[in-house]
Design a protein around this ligand. Structure first.
Ligand code: MN
Length: 245
């Protein structure tokens, strides 16, 4: 298990409680918040691991580092049956999937040939994410994936709306158009700096998109693939007849 909100985040504790009845767990999570870390792997410095107890580790790295270390080193040489990442505080739908450390934690599991699921929970107007409400479905889906497995190179990206659940939808990763996100301010010395603010997005209305399911109050389950090739563009790119000279 990992997350990107950090080892002490309530969403991780809620996910531990949710999946604990399913088997032996190992938690390997970043020692601080790593939201927006994407699929970064730390290559330029040593990684330090603090063993909190028998089955929980704090890592001074990204969610990808955490899963990589767990699968290769911390699980005693036994390949885990499942990697779960989350529950993230905030949605990871549409383009956000590409920035998400939560989704990347699951992606790393997939690349290491372990069935993997990312869980994210929407926040309400007061900024609260109801992890307790999400927990029973997180457990049920984890049990199903343990039983059924996933196709090679596939992970599940699961998002819960902030309000009561009206159903479950199997969705595809949606798209959105951007609003301004980089804010310019000045420090006390008058020097300008930039702060990338929480991205506000205008979802497009794809009927089978993850945004749309969330907007309609449904739990969204998206099967994603780790291979980024766009098959339909292979022939088109080939038709350019690119040359080296
Ligand atoms: Mn996060």
């Amino acid at each position: 298990m990992t997350n990107d909100d950090g080892f002490d985040a309530p969403g991780l504790g809620a996910l531990v409680e949710a999946v604990e009845p399913l088997g032996e767990i190992v938690v390997s999570a970043p020692d601080r918040e790593q939201s927006g870390a994407g699929h970064a792997l730390t290559l330029s410095r040593p990684l330090r691991v603090v063993r909190v107890d028998e089955r929980r580790y704090r890592v001074d790295g990204t969610p990808t580092d955490c899963v990589h270390l767990a699968v290769e080193r911390l699980t005693g040489g036994r390949l885990p049956s499942l990697v779960v990442s989350g529950m993230n505080r905030g949605l990871n739908v549409g383009d956000d999937v590409t920035y998400s450390g939560t989704v990347a934690g699951a992606l790393e599991g997939t690349l290491l040939h372990v069935p993997s699921i990312a869980f994210s929970v929407g926040v309400d107007e007061e900024g609260r994410a109801d992890f307790e409400r999400a927990a029973p479905f997180a457990r049920r889906l984890s049990a199903t994936v343990l039983e059924q497995g996933l196709s090679s190179g596939v992970l599940l990206n699961v998002n819960f709306p902030s309000g009561p659940y009206r159903g479950i939808r199997i969705t595809r990763q949606g798209t959105r158009t951007y609003r301004a996100t980089a804010v310019e301010r000045h420090d006390p010395a008058g020097r300008p700096y930039f702060w990338i603010d929480a991205v506000s997005a205008i979802p497009t209305g794809e009927p089978d998109g993850d945004h749309t399911a969330i907007r309609d109050g449904c739990v969204s389950v998206s099967p994603l693939t780790s291979n980024l090739t766009h098959d339909a563009s292979l022939a088109r790119t080939a038709s350019w007849r690119l040359r080296l000279d």
